[in-house]
Design a protein around this ligand. Structure first.
Ligand code: SAM
Length: 272
């Protein structure tokens, strides 16, 4: 029931579709890969799964095969037509929309959703960050992204890939890399390696801090990641606030864990 390379090629040809790089269209054409993603997602009958960017339905069909009810959000009208054909007869709701502009509270009717997706690589970071920030109905995500993006999402202080998305993940979730995927399983073949990441939403953040201020600081800090904080945060954190926070003004953004960002936030907002 999953799509092979020949079947995907035939579908694209028959519908006169040429994959668009601008929409990150690299379709999985290896049944074992989509089955592995479904296994890692550990979803089954009764589970509600959101898929963003279903494409021609490779992963969608594997999810349906596992007995899952899928809501699939696809931006490309040509692919929506193909998808309607490949998923006919399955428990799949196709939503023709830009995932960056969806009103998720309209679409997700309870708070127990899992996002399982081979995400469009061009929007994967803002999409994951926005969903973590604004869509608590999504309890868990198992997503395929470019390997470098996966590294950024799960990085910790001191890692070269550590940045704002890593802090955002740490704030909302527990993230880990759960697999690597080579370019050979896609049509067309991307120039980059891919990886699978699992993000499990926390019941509540582990730090008690004004998240808006916290992420203003993180953003400013990483804008000049190699500069000392007293320079990169000069307009936001004064000497007294550094002293109150216990964070050294000589430290750099890339060295600070979530607790330290929260301590700085508390000092700035007068809560320490
Ligand atoms: N899931 C399919 C697979 O594994 O074969 C396709 C994955 S492909 C990497 C990304 C898909 O996301 C494409 O189908 C593309 O049209 C769709 N897409 C790109 N930007 C989107 C957006 N903003 N909202 C919804 N879908 C989008």
């Amino acid at each position: 029931m999953t799509l092979t390379r020949t079947e995907v090629r035939e579908l694209l040809d028959r519908h006169g579709i040429r994959p668009k790089r601008s929409l990150g269209q690299n379709f999985v054409v290896e049944p074992n890969t989509v089955r592995r993603i479904v296994e890692l997602a550990a979803v089954g009958p009764g589970d509600r799964v959101l898929e963003i960017g279903p494409g021609v339905g490779s992963l969608t069909l594997a999810l349906a095969e596992a007995g899952v009810a899928v809501t699939a959000v696809e931006i490309d009208d040509a692919l929506v037509g193909v998808l309607a054909e490949t998923t006919a007869g399955h428990d799949v709701v196709i939503v023709h929309a830009d995932a960056m502009a969806v009103d998720w509270s309209d679409l997700l009717d309870n708070d127990q959703w899992t996002l399982v997706a081979n995400l469009p690589y061009n929007v994967s970071v803002p999409l994951v960050c926005d969903l973590l920030d604004g869509v608590p109905a999504i309890r868990r995500m198992v997503v395929m992204v470019q390997k470098e993006v996966a590294e950024r999402l799960v990085a910790g202080p001191g890692d070269g890939a550590y940045g704002l998305p890593s802090v955002k993940v740490a704030y909302h979730a527990v993230g880990r890399m759960v697999g690597r995927v080579p370019p050979s399983v896609f049509l067309p073949r991307p120039r980059v390696d891919s990886a699978l990441v699992e993000l499990v939403r926390r019941e509540a953040p582990t730090v008690d801090a004004d998240s808006e201020v916290l992420f203003d600081l993180v953003r400013a800090g990483f804008r000049q990641r190699r500069k000392m904080l007293r320079r990169s945060l000069a307009s936001l954190v004064d000497e007294a606030a550094f002293a109150a926070s216990g964070v050294a003004p000589t430290a750099r953004a890339e060295e600070l864990g979530l607790d330290e960002w929260a301590a700085l936030t508390a000092a700035v907002t007068g809560e320490s």
